[in-house]
Design a protein around this ligand. Structure first.
Ligand SMILES: Cc1cc2nc3c(=O)[nH]c(=O)nc-3n(C[C@H](O)[C@H](O)[C@H](O)COP(=O)(O)O)c2cc1C
Length: 384
């Protein structure tokens, strides 16, 4: 009789609540021992827990602090315009900024011209990036109207031709990140996955929603499972709404994926990758950091940003992310306001010091922080 990857998992005895990422003891996921280590072509990844791109947030400073905490197998840049890379447009060049502690790094490119995409991939290979990811999931009109992002899921032959052209242009692994399809009537992901494997794509990340869904509704794990079933050898990475160890366990168990990519959950809990890695290897998960730890992360992230942008720009560009952090840390609104109003590095650091001395408005400074609400583009895709 054939055994499945998941035969050893006592599903019934594992209630979701007992697998919450905040509890110190979680059942050892025996079934995961049977999942092979994650390999993108010739690139071996240290863990199967990957940071998904969140344009505007998962930038170099954020990647560095998450990687410092441990457990990240691979991170990917924001989507970068392939043509912008080749013309060395400052915005595109900024997006591929990296550092020695930001490795392995995949650069995600978008575009609709095979030769430009292939040349952009060669440009990146020559500069030492570990992997290239092709964006086929972005639902935003600005990207899809130009024939890139999720709209590639509507043109089978052209898209396969483009992906093949990129794969053949470089030796480093080329991967694709896509959604389940354009809408529920066109669930093309399994077909694309099969074809991509044939042309040499090294792995596929699949966000379990359609383009029409945007970020609404729930992730369709059965749709992800069908993508896993469609390929023979290459790893499929499950993605969408993974915020706790229970969510991760469900994604692996129900889809058969070999890895998971986490976007918003990483902003909410940068310790999540370390916890997942502990869960997979020992079954004992250390709690995420508390108030003081989060504040020190915030400080370090700012310093990394300053290194990249200089103090003046770093202060203004850190306000949005800093504000979210402080809200989930239950920092009093007057202190949050002071932080938001900072115009210089000394003002920003003084406001952080005041926050440190005052502590949270409710709860103690050592307890687990509230879950963070991450805003997503809402409303019709056209208006994002
Ligand atoms: C603000 C925001 C920006 C995003 N930017 C990108 C991007 O640049 N490239 C991409 O492939 N996906 C992007 N995504 C999609 C995420 O990578 C991910 O597929 C999606 O958020 C579901 O995963 P999550 O629930 O873990 O966040 C973005 C999502 C959000 C909310």
């Amino acid at each position: 009789m054939e055994t499945s990857l998941h035969d050893n998992l006592p599903i019934a005895s594992q209630g979701a609540s007992s697998l919450d990422s905040r509890s110190a003891e979680v059942p050892f996921p025996t079934f995961m021992r049977k999942i092979p280590p994650l390999q993108y072509g010739s690139l071996s990844l240290k863990t199967r827990f990957l940071l998904a791109p969140l344009a505007g947030y998962t930038n170099l400073p954020f990647r560095r602090i998450v990687r410092e905490l441990g457990g990240v197998g691979l991170a990917t840049t924001d989507l970068v315009n392939a043509r912008g890379l080749l013309t060395e447009n400052p915005g595109s060049t900024f997006l591929i900024s990296t550092a020695p502690d930001d490795s392995p790094l995949s650069v995600q490119i978008f575009g609709n011209e095979p030769s430009v995409m292939a040349e952009a991939a060669q440009y990146l290979e020559a500069r030492g990036y570990a992997s290239i990811d092709i964006n086929m999931g972005c639902p935003v009109d600005r990207i899809t109207k130009g024939g890139a992002g999720a709209s590639m899921m509507c043109r089978v032959d052209q898209t396969i031709g483009l992906v093949q052209c990129v794969v053949e242009a470089v030796r480093i692994p080329v991967t694709v990140k896509m959604r389940l399809g354009w809408d529920e009537t066109q669930l093309t992901a399994p077909r694309f996955a099969r074809e991509f494997e044939q042309v040499g794509v090294a792995a596929i990340t699949i966000h379990g929603r359609t383009r029409a869904q945007g970020f609404s509704g729930t992730v369709d794990r059965d749709g992800i499972r069908q993508v896993v079933a469609a390929v023979d050898r290459i790893p499929v990475i499950g993605n969408g709404d993974i915020r706790s160890i229970a969510d991760a366990e469900r994604m692996f168990r129900e889809t058969g994926c070999q890895g998971i990519a986490i976007g918003r959950g990483a902003l909410a809990n940068p310790w999540f990758f370390r916890q997942l890695s502990e869960w997979e290897t020992t079954g004992t998960v250390t709690p995420p950091g508390g108030f003081d730890d989060r504040l020190s992360l915030l400080h370090r992230q700012f310093l990394h940003l300053e290194e990249l942008l200089g103090a003046h720009k770093a202060v203004s560009s850190f306000r949005k992310m800093g504000h979210w952090y402080l809200k989930s840390m239950r920092v009093r609104s007057a202190l949050r306001h002071q932080f938001q109003m900072s115009k210089t590095k000394p003002e920003l650091l003084a406001s952080l010091e005041m926050i440190r001395q005052t502590g949270p408005a409710q709860g103690d400074r050592h307890g687990t922080l509230d879950d963070m609400h991450i805003p997503v583009p809402a409303g019709p895709n056209e208006r994002w």
